[in-house]
Design a protein around this ligand. Structure first.
Ligand SMILES: Cc1cc2nc3c(=O)[nH]c(=O)nc-3n(C[C@H](O)[C@H](O)[C@H](O)COP(=O)(O)OP(=O)(O)OC[C@H]3O[C@@H](n4cnc5c(N)ncnc54)[C@H](O)[C@@H]3O)c2cc1C
Length: 488
């Protein structure tokens, strides 16, 4: 039985932000994550926008956390060494009705404390980004783009550096209260005990809430599908381009450059039963082709390199189906539980502000002693393709593994992959290396480098070929050797 002061169920961006913030205090922090890595579900399946906060109801937690998260992100990105660009955003309109909706949005943005938003004409739009569709737009300078994989991994690594323990492949299946008020969490990897439990289980948050003694919440998974476009298309995309909000105050398909130079076109939005089914539909992709072309003039088939999907865990009113605010609560009648339900968009932007609210709820019940050893700084592995020629020469001189390119599309070196294999969370799947380095995210989607990455994982960790996994789940990549080769 493993014992912690506080256990977080779910190691996505929110659970990892909470783990990091809790390690500022002298607490034994454990994170239980059912999957092989921290950004397997919603945290690795989104647009990667640092939202500004103009879409959400004034005074709501979504608005407050989003504006707070946006404001602090330059410093957060520096502390955690994660790529981030404050690009600004265009929210474009074509009709008079769009103009009215945009003006309402502008007023809400002002009321929420979003700085610098303005209505601009086509001439000004052309100066900002001629590839953007639309006749006029709201320009919001504080929006930005980040890499959700690197950010989630960085938060988790910083939490581990400061003393948190991650238990991957560990699904919480039940819980009990002990007579002394502690909790026992039953998992697929045995039992854990703790004084406090934080429910940060994303799409499963209503189920875990009920398991911990707070029933009645309903999560409606709302799926979104995307196209990823090649960097050749990215060369045209300077700034995220969103359409005017719909009547229900949501956004349809948008075109968003990524920090690494690709373009994401999507997501669409539809209710599903199973939020963890990430298949995409032909009809959905056909729809994206059409709606995406209205936002981004270079939406061409030759630029498509892959598709993906994610699901927003929307908390809905059980009676009306109406979408609700983020829920972050502690109830005296359910001691030792901090409950997060419905952390949908803008959850990526809001992760650290949400985490601070969790700490505050804990502080209402006990005095926390600061951890004098807490270090907010996390350093990533130097990215060879981003370095100047002089810097590249220095890296190779220091470590000749920087001189061997393993992923040709993304120019990822052996040194970066070896460093990723020895990551602080101990993730050793091929997808785990992909999200840490970008190897296999390029045009060929791993056709060239996947076998090389597999070989490197085996070499570095001494793994048998039959133990190699692509990502989640029990299934392995290989059953053995053909033609009587080396034995597994
Ligand atoms: C299509 C889409 C676009 C979005 N775009 C943006 C955006 O641009 N900007 C933005 O700010 N936000 C965006 N979001 C929202 C953002 O991605 C989420 O709010 C955020 O990732 C939620 O993080 P999380 O940690 O709560 O959830 P998750 O990442 O889903 O983490 C929850 C974790 O809990 C684990 N878990 C569940 N049940 C158990 C169990 N029983 N035992 C152990 N572990 C368990 C899961 O495996 C999972 O890893 C978007 C979301 C979607 C779907």
């Amino acid at each position: 039985m493993r014992d912690y002061d506080i256990i977080i169920i779910g190691g996505g961006v929110v659970g990892s932000a909470i783990a990091r913030e809790l390690t500022r205090y002298q607490l034994r922090v454990g994170v239980l994550e059912k999957e092989s890595d921290v950004c397997t579900h919603t945290s690795g399946r989104n647009t990667g926008m640092l939202h500004a906060g103009f879409l959400y109801k004034t005074g709501s937690l979504k608005a407050q956390c989003c504006v707070e998260g946006n404001r602090e992100f330059d410093q957060v990105a520096r502390e955690l060494d994660v790529p981030f660009k404050r690009t600004g955003k265009l929210i474009v309109g074509f009709t008079e009705e769009h103009r009215q909706r945009l003006l309402t949005m502008l007023e809400r943005g002002k009321a929420n404390g979003v700085p610098g938003m303005e209505l601009i004409d086509r001439k000004r739009m052309d100066e900002i980004d001629p590839s953007a569709g639309g006749n006029f737009a709201i320009f919001c300078p504080s929006s930005g783009i980040l890499d959700p994989f690197t950010y989630t991994v960085a938060l988790a690594e910083n939490a581990v550096k400061n003393g948190a323990a991650y238990h991957l492949y560990t699904e919480v299946t039940g819980s009990e209260y002990l007579p002394d008020g502690r909790h026992v969490l039953h998992t697929t990897k045995g039992d854990f005990t703790c004084r406090w439990v934080v429910n940060s289980a994303g799409l499963n948050s209503a189920k875990i809430s009920e398991m911990l003694g707070i029933p009645g919440y309903v999560i409606q998974p709302v799926k979104g599908e995307y196209f990823v476009l090649d960097k050749k298309a990215g060369a045209f995309a300077k700034i995220p381009v969103y359409p005017a909000p719909t009547e229900r105050n949501t956004f349809d398909t948008h075109a968003t450059p990524t920090v690494d130079g690709n373009v994401l076109v999507g997501p669409n939005s539809f209710n599903v039963e199973d939020g963890e089914d990430y298949s995409v539909r032909q009809t959905g992709m056909d729809g994206l082709q059409e709606s995406g072309a209205r936002m981004f003039k270079h939406m061409k088939r030759e630029y498509y390199i892959r598709t993906f999907a994610g699901a927003r865990p929307k908390r809905v009113d059980p009676a009306t189906g109406e979408i609700q605010d983020f829920l972050i609560e502690r109830r005296d009648e359910v001691p030792g539980v901090i409950n997060l339900v419905g952390i949908e968009s803008p959850g990526l932007t809001s992760a650290l502000p949400i985490a601070r609210r969790v700490v505050k709820l804990l502080q209402e019940k006990e005095t926390l002693t600061p951890n004098p050893a807490f270090d907010p700084i996390r350093r990533g592995v130097p990215r060879f393709h981003e370095a100047s020629c002089e810097e590249q020469a220095r890296l190779i001189a220091e470590n000749p593994d920087y001189g061997e390119i393993i992923c040709r599309c993304e120019t990822i070196t052996r040194a970066e992959i070896v460093a990723a294999i020895h990551n602080p969370l101990g993730v050793c799947t091929v997808n785990g290396i992909k999200v840490r380095t970008r190897a296999s995210m390029g045009r060929c989607q791993g056709g060239y480098c996947e076998t090389r990455i597999t070989a490197l994982i085996r070499e570095e960790l001494g793994k048998a070929v039959t133990d190699m996994r692509l990502g989640n789940g029990e299934s392995t990549m290989f059953t053995g050797y053909v033609k009587g080769g080396e034995q597994a």
